[in-house]
Design a binder for this molecule. Structure first.
Ligand code: MN
Length: 496
């Protein structure tokens, strides 16, 4: 059984062959293809269903199936495999029309060569080794972006690569539908949270629009006491009520209901606000935003709509995994030589999907903004390998930055810190990793995810046509500087 939200999309599996082989061989190709696709469809490493879409023998068939794939909203991508030799001039007209993410699986039906039995009939039936080379050539010649996965189809690593690419393809599809609501504008004078919203919509499909905070306040006024009662009851079930200031908690519930109604009415997947523009709202949404994040909505503080969208997107791409994905900010450091650590948090809005313990609802004053003390969730993050992701606008082009991190259990209790927090060690090490993040222009805001991977981000960036720079254990400042010089050239001339 596939995860419910993923089950309404499917990937089409196209097998390449040609008429030359005759019916007997083509029947075998068909049987093999169905066995392979059914097995992949059942594989837990593939989060999405996969459907056998036929064995292609002529250019007419190929063009027809590509047009069908393009027109089918439930088709999230196309995977091809040449079981036999499939002359690639047959594929040109079809592939030139292809608008869906494209993956070339280079495998063969049999794992081993049957040494004792092998004859020319076997050789002619099982010739992916050269059929897929002919196919690879035409995709290279046409300059088509595609994912190439090599290996035996029953092997876990091959299935994991397919699964990873499926998430990226799904992310490309969701990107084209993604809407973000901004309540108010960005925090004044901040640079990195700005960006070209028209350019982003052309490139990524994101629709980012602003509503006045007054519109949200009016929505809050229409929330009933009964609705607040029900949500507070839900808070009590999910979290530990560690405050007697129930009115503050009820106010957060009122904010959450109003924001959620707004988002759902506009079909939006995330939102931003800023403590600088709350108008008559009495509290900055804290618990409200945290609970919305836990439900899968994206959020960005201080009007940061790019991080709100990335958070919504990465949550959606990994919605079946639940190891924790949310909005994050590099806050402060522990600079103990050789064991330097980052302490990440935000004013309030840390996603409870990171929690290592049952979150506590507490009410504390906020140092800035001059509003009432807001209710918020407090917890420590759980340990594990994760990735920080930041999308920045470089002026006419977008750059996606990611970095491997190791989240650790915070070294000491911090009894006076009234926000949820995570502590981590950046790759390849604190000094070089942080130098590289700053060198490439990575923001102080990011999406932290225990579920996303470099591979998914790389494939997604390629599908969206944007630059991706990853900082991992192999990265070095020297090589990154070289890479930046080259990619600055490449991406500058690719500006639309
Ligand atoms: Mn911030």
């Amino acid at each position: 059984m596939k995860f419910e939200k993923f089950a309404c999309y499917r990937f089409w599996f196209l097998v390449g062959s040609q008429d030359l082989y005759g019916k007997e061989t083509l029947d075998k190709v068909e049987t093999h293809a169905q066995i392979l696709v059914n097995s992949l469809d059942q594989a837990p490493a593939l989060p999405f269903p996969i459907t056998y879409a036929g064995t292609m023998k002529t250019s007419t068939e190929i063009e027809h199936i590509i047009r069908l794939a393009n027109g089918d909203e439930t088709c999230a991508g196309v995977i091809v495999w040449m079981h036999t030799f499939s002359p690639s001039k047959m594929w040109i007209n079809g592939l030139s029309l292809l608008q869906k993410p494209y993956c070339h699986l280079h495998t063969q039906f049999n794992r081993n060569i049957p040494n004792a039995e092998i004859d020319m009939d076997f050789m002619n039936l099982n010739q992916s080794a050269h059929g897929d080379r002919e196919h690879g050539f035409i995709a290279a010649r046409m300059g088509l972006p595609r994912k190439i996965i090599v290996g035996y189809w029953e092997d876990l690593d091959v299935q994991q690569h397919i699964g990873s690419w499926m998430r990226a393809a799904y992310g490309a599809l969701i990107s084209k539908q993604l809407k973000i609501i901004r309540f108010g504008d960005n925090m004044r004078n901040v640079a990195v949270t700005e960006g070209d919203k028209v350019g982003v919509q052309i490139q990524l499909g994101w629709q980012v629009n602003t509503w006045g905070v007054g519109d949200l306040i009016r929505e809050m006024e229409s929330v009933s006491e009964k609705e607040i009662d029900l949500l507070v009851q839900q808070y009590q079930e999910e979290y530990e009520m560690a405050t007697d200031q129930i009115e503050s908690v009820r106010y957060q519930a009122q904010e959450e209901i109003a924001i959620r109604r707004f988002l759902d009415r506009e079909n939006a997947m995330g939102f931003t606000n800023t403590f600088e523009d709350l108008q008559e709202m009495r509290q900055l949404p804290g618990l409200a935003t945290q609970h919305l994040l836990s439900l899968g909505y994206g959020y960005g503080g201080e009007g940061d709509w790019k991080v709100a969208a990335m958070t919504a997107l990465l949550k959606t791409m990994t919605a079946d995994l639940n190891n924790g994905t949310g909005f994050m900010e590099d806050y402060t450091y522990d600079l103990e030589g050789g064991n330097e650590l980052s302490l990440g948090a935000h004013m309030l809005e840390v996603c409870p999907s990171f929690a290592s313990e049952r979150p506590r609802i507490e009410v504390h004053p906020l140092g800035i903004g001059g509003k009432e003390p807001p209710a918020r969730l407090l917890f420590e993050g759980h340990p594990g390998k994760a990735v920080l992701v930041s999308l920045v606008d470089m002026g006419g082009r977008l750059r996606l930055i990611s970095q491997d991190i190791e989240v650790i259990k915070p070294i000491l209790p911090m009894p006076n810190l009234p926000v949820a927090r995570l502590m981590w060690r950046a790759a390849p090490n604190f000094k070089e990793g942080t130098q590289m993040w700053i060198l490439v222009g990575g923001a102080h805001h990011s999406t932290l995810s225990f579920d996303i991977t470099e591979e998914i981000l790389e494939d997604w960036s390629e599908l969206m046509g944007i630059e991706h720079l990853h900082i991992g254990k192999e990265s070095s400042v020297k090589e990154l500087k070289q890479q930046l010089k080259i990619s600055d050239l490449i991406w500058r001339i690719q500006v639309r």
